[in-house]
Write a new protein. Structure first.
Length: 208
């Protein structure tokens, strides 16, 4: 989700000033003390009077978020699906490169996307190691100007690191714009075509 807000936190006997960050699977508070609350551990989520109350394992935290309290509560209670996070919409053209599990393929089909062997709105590349990143340059040529190329790679392994993925995408002329947790074992990093390059592509197309 990636939202953040300066706020006051009441946790136990302490009242702290700091910044709260709302992520996909946890809320992180940074101030004089640091508190990370995993959504899977929550037993209660309520919002009233501009205060977001979170309860877990016998503990409670109240965050004074003002108008954002209700919105944050709804996002915690109703988190976006994987396809929401990836920007998959019905009717989009999608290209798959590499091996993905059957469940992801079923979710894409159920979402009403269209398989594409040519230009695609979204491209998903499964990268098990750095050797797979060499495909990015060729795939970038198959990406619609406003589309996104997702590299899906294992978490916490030496054979392929985030910096490897970022450098490969940038070397292909793309811009890294978003990171999501694809699964418990894999991360997704999205690349897009820079705005100036998009305009050049559209200009070339209009004069073709």
């Amino acid at each position: 989700m990636g939202q953040e807000k300066e706020c006051r936190l009441r946790h136990g006997e302490r009242t702290l000033e700091g910044k709260a960050l709302l992520e996909t699977d946890h809320l992180l508070f940074r101030g004089r003390e640091r508190l990370k609350i995993l959504f899977r551990d929550l037993s209660g989520v309520t919002a009233a009077g501009g205060v977001l109350r979170l309860e877990w394992g016998g503990e409670r935290a109240d965050l004074e978020l003002g108008a954002a309290a209700e919105k944050w509560a709804q996002k915690i209670l109703h988190p976006p699906s994987l396809l929401d996070k990836l920007g998959v919409k019905a009717g989009a053209t999608v290209r798959i490169q590499g091996t993905f599990d059957a469940e992801f393929s079923r979710e894409l089909k159920a979402a009403g996307v269209k398989a594409s062997g040519k230009m695609a709105d979204l491209i998903f590349l499964a990268a098990a190691g750095t050797a797979d990143l060499t495909r990015i340059t060729g795939l970038a040529r198959k990406l619609q100007p406003a589309g996104g190329l997702w590299v899906i790679y294992p978490k916490g392994v030496e054979r392929i690191r985030e910096i490897d993925v970022i450098e490969a995408g940038r070397a292909a002329g793309l811009k890294d714009t978003k990171v999501v947790s694809f699964s418990s074992t894999h991360t997704g990093l999205r690349f897009t075509i820079p705005l100036a390059a998009r305009q050049a592509i559209r200009g070339a197309g209009s004069h073709a």
